[in-house]
Design a binder for this molecule. Structure first.
Ligand code: PLP
Length: 393
């Protein structure tokens, strides 16, 4: 009899990828489907980034690189942290990986032991709890409802910390909510962490540049530099530069932890793709104005989607500050339609009006749906019209 590992039996496949695949299958079968599941910009990678990669191929830059990334890319990352965040890192504090996903995976495997608790505010990016489980540690998911803009409060954090707590995971702007922690909110969280020196923090800044707050982007380390020695900063080029397929993410933090993460990577994937590293370097070193039209488009779609969703009976969507997701409370609609939960709700949307969304429960908060608005306004108008029809009949 086939016996798989307990480890793999403890996890599930990524629900966002599952929704995307199911929508693609129905589409291939000839159904009229709008997929709003994927967390991927609809823009093309900017030309100067592609040109740098093409040149690298032509020049034969197609061999193994250093496991932790090329010297050139690490230099660009160090300069980026200085320029955007005022943070100082040395080369041995930086690890380049195959996407932000691998950065967190390396961290989980290098940093966590059985019994260690990781505090994850819910709704969360789907992969955090499962990667913690793969590492044999325990995810402690804290529900953060709409009334607090889906963000963890200092009181919730204080109550969740135990002697076994090893790590707090913050993600701002957030996938799936688009919410951004303000400087004051981060300062209050930092105050709690100061009382508990055994707790480390990982800040996932993947959506740093896709933001429309009045204040500039901050993370927990930039507002509380005294936490630098127990903080990991995770970031990457996937979302901001429309580079999801290139698979480049990076992590920065104390050299001992980064070195351990590098060892994990050296025994799994080795270096990220050589050519992609050249492309990522061009993205970070190049003209940052390429981000502007993309961010402006996301903001325009955000404004449309949030306002249109709030005009549907039983739907409540709080405005967000960044990323490209609308996270809407659909508890009223679920009740109105006589459904059990948001999983049923998203199935009904797919089967009756052909719109694929991801249920909030996939992100650890039932009664919601996540819409990715990384698609044209025209498609969004069509999709929201259909959702309205499914709910209001
Ligand atoms: N972190 C967050 C919050 C994300 O939403 C994602 C992608 O969905 C990632 C990390 C991983 O990105 P990558 O495609 O670089 O692995």
């Amino acid at each position: 009899e086939l016996r798989l590992s307990d480890r793999v039996l403890s996890i599930k496949p990524s629900p966002t990828l599952a929704v995307t695949n199911r929508a693609a299958e129905l589409k291939a079968a000839g159904k009229d489907i709008i997929g709003l599941g994927a967390g991927e910009p609809d823009f093309d990678t900017p030309e100067h980034i592609k040109a740098a990669a093409i040149k690298a191929i032509q020049e034969g830059f197609t061999k193994y690189t250093a496991v932790d990334g090329t010297a050139g890319l690490k230099k660009a990352i160090i300069a980026k942290f200085k320029r955007d965040n005022g943070l100082d890192y040395q080369a041995n504090q930086i690890l380049v990986s195959c996407g932000g996903k691998q950065s967190f995976f390396n961290l989980a495997l290098a940093f966590l032991n059985k019994g260690d608790e990781v505090i994850i505010p819910a709704p969360y990016w789907v992969s955090y709890p499962d990667m913690v489980l793969i590492a044999d540690a325990t995810p402690v998911c804290i529900e953060c409802p709409q009334s607090q803009n889906y963000k963890i409060t200092p009181a919730q954090l204080e109550a969740a910390i135990t002697p076994k707590t090893k790590l707090l995971v913050l993600n701002s702007p957030s996938n799936p909510t688009g919410m951004v922690y303000s400087k004051d909110e981060l300062l209050a969280i930092a105050d709690v962490l100061r009382k508990h020196p055994h707790v480390w923090v990982a800040t996932d800044d993947m959506y740093e540049h896709i933001i429309w707050t009045k204040e500039p982007f901050v993370n927990i380390v930039t507002v509380a530099p005294d936490l630098y020695d127990r903080a990991l900063v995770l970031n990457g080029v996937s979302k901001a530069y429309a580079m999801t397929g290139w698979r480049i993410g990076y992590a920065a933090g104390p050299a001992k932890v980064i070195g351990a993460m590098k060892n994990v990577q050296s025994q799994s994937t080795s270096n990220p793709t050589s050519v992609s590293q050249v492309a990522a370097q061009a993205a970070l070193d190049g003209d940052q104005d390429v981000l502007k039209p993309m961010v402006a488009a996301f903001k325009e779609r955000h404004d449309y989607v949030v306002s249109a969703l709030n005009q549907i009976a039983g739907v409540s969507c709080s405005p967000a500050d960044g990323a490209f997701y609308a996270f809407a409370n659909v508890e009223g609609a679920i009740a109105k339609m006589g459904l059990k939960n948001d999983l049923e709700f998203s199935e009904v949307l797919l089967n009756t009006v052909g719109v694929a969304v991801v249920p909030g429960s996939a992100f650890g908060l039932d009664g919601h749906m996540r819409i990715s608005y990384a698609t044209s306004l025209k498609v969004l108008e069509d999709a929201i019209g259909r959702i309205k029809k499914a709910i209001e009949g």
